[in-house]
Design a protein around this ligand. Structure first.
Ligand code: FMN
Length: 162
């Protein structure tokens, strides 16, 4: 912990890798097209009203889709959903991502993944740009408790579980 102050992005990446997180798939729906991506940049913001923040990279196709639709769903993944997480972390066409995936729809119309731990449906309250990411704060308009199962965890750039 001595020496000159470091802002090296590689050190930052390694250090953030020591911070274990859950994994979610954020979905949205623009007209008739579903979008979704794997995220761990997610933060509970407030309880009254319930709100949360998601951070989407500018290169993610889902980011302009959320900006346009003004809604998103955060689906919290169980350890059983690792392959779904891997699929949604690839830059695939939307039909490929959602192919044969069991899902249903709530009040926002965006996809709620059937096998998740639960889902928070949100309406975008505010958004802002920070360097190459777009941050969306959503107010929860509906919530669903799903499977009471072990969560999928991401730590040191790898999937793991508790
Ligand atoms: C564990 C994990 C967490 C991720 N977290 C984020 C995140 O918080 N925000 C983000 O924009 N991308 C994140 N990604 C990368 C996206 O899932 C990936 O770029 C995806 O291809 C974007 O899909 P899209 O371009 O179809 O929207 C993460 C990937 C993994 C494997």
């Amino acid at each position: 912990m001595s020496g000159p102050p470091s802002t090296d992005p590689n050190v930052f990446r390694r250090l953030m890798g020591r911070w274990p997180t859950g994994v979610a798939i954020v979905t949205t729906r623009d007209g008739i097209t579903d979008y979704g991506l794997t995220v761990n940049g997610l933060l509970s913001v407030s309880l009254h009203p319930p709100s949360l923040l998601v951070s989407l990279g500018d290169d993610a196709d889902s980011s302009p889709a959320v900006a346009k639709s003004r809604i998103f769903v955060a689906n919290f993944l169980s350890a059983q959903q690792r392959s779904t997480s891997e699929r949604f972390a690839l830059s695939l066409a939307s039909e490929e991502k959602f192919r044969d995936l069991p899902l249903h729809r709530g009040v926002t119309g965006a996809a709620i993944l059937d096998e998740s731990l639960g889902a928070l449906e949100c309406r975008v309250l505010s958004e802002f740009q920070v360097s190459d990411h777009h941050l969306f704060v959503g107010e929860v308009v509906a919530q669903e408790l799903g499977a009471d199962a072990p969560p999928l965890v991401f730590h040191r750039s790898r999937y793991t579980q508790l």
